[in-house]
Design a protein around this ligand. Sequence first.
Ligand code: HEC
Ligand code: HEC
Ligand code: HEC
Ligand code: HEC
Length: 181
Amino acid sequence: MLKRIIVTLLLFVSPFLLAQNAKPHGYVGAEMCGMCHKTEKQGNQFGIWKESKHAQAYQVLLSDEANKIAKEKGFTTPAAKTPECLKCHVTAYGVDASLLGPKYKMEDGVQCETCHGPGSDYKMLSIMKDKTKAEAAGLQVHTDLKTFCATCHNSQSPTYKAGWDAVASFAKIKHDIPKAQ
Ligand code: HEC
Ligand code: HEC
Ligand code: HEC
Ligand code: HEC
């Protein structure tokens, strides 16, 4: 009898467990990360990002220069409506809309979650404090800059300059957590 109950319970519960595990992480938007990552003590990652070109990566597609590039490439749509431009200039392009939280904005261009992974499951303080838990919940911290940055900084970018140096470029956008004194 007990065995039957257990088997029935397992049959009933397991599809739910599977469904939950299979759900991809959602995008919460840079502003959400900024709630905790904007004090000087924490390293003001939000302020540093906001001042960087990455925060402008969508806006730059609205420029005449961008439309000219798109036209020369043979696209008939404006740059900001061309998938082949958007794929490197915004976060989560082409991702199912159900995975975009209320604070996600395409206008934020290349934001935290482009490089650190979608944050819906790691943004809670209890998880963020523990790197192992955060990584299990989807946090990514890339240390191989050459490989990672080259996913966008490569010759498929119409304005790419050969010899672009990922390590030297990271120095322009680095946003460390200050070491405790
Ligand atoms: C509720 C506050 C909070 C929110 C929201 C938050 N973080 Fe954090 N984050 C922290 C704390 C606290 C740490 C640990 C800082 C330390 O080690 O001193 C941390 C650490 C990190 C680290 C460093 C991990 C490591 O140890 O190398 C990264 C990267 C990071 N957060 C990215 C993000 C991103 C991206 C978002 C938005 C999706 C985000 N955080 C949202 C509080 C937060
Ligand atoms: C262009 C990619 C990129 C973007 C955008 C970006 N980061 Fe990072 N971030 C990195 C990389 C790469 C590292 C790790 C560098 C290393 O340790 O070699 C890092 C490190 C960090 C760290 C850990 C620093 C430390 O001292 O351990 C935190 C915290 C962090 N990022 C938070 C954020 C937040 C919050 C945002 C958005 C406001 C953001 N990052 C945007 C690439 C990015
Ligand atoms: C493979 C990724 C990728 C694709 C695809 C891409 N871009 Fe970019 N774009 C970048 C990167 C990375 C930069 C910054 C460095 C550089 O110029 O390569 C950039 C920079 C730019 C700039 C600013 C240049 C400057 O000198 O300030 C414009 C404008 C631009 N892209 C337009 C476009 C248009 C229009 C398209 C589509 C036809 C496009 N990009 C497709 C990655 C890409
Ligand atoms: C999702 C695509 C993407 C990734 C990944 C990415 N970038 Fe960028 N990056 C861009 C785009 C697009 C621009 C141009 C934005 C503009 O001009 O408004 C840019 C511009 C820059 C710029 C300013 C222009 C320049 O070359 O000086 C720096 C610096 C930079 N990125 C550094 C990095 C570094 C370092 C990494 C890896 C840690 C990285 N990026 C990863 C898309 C990306």
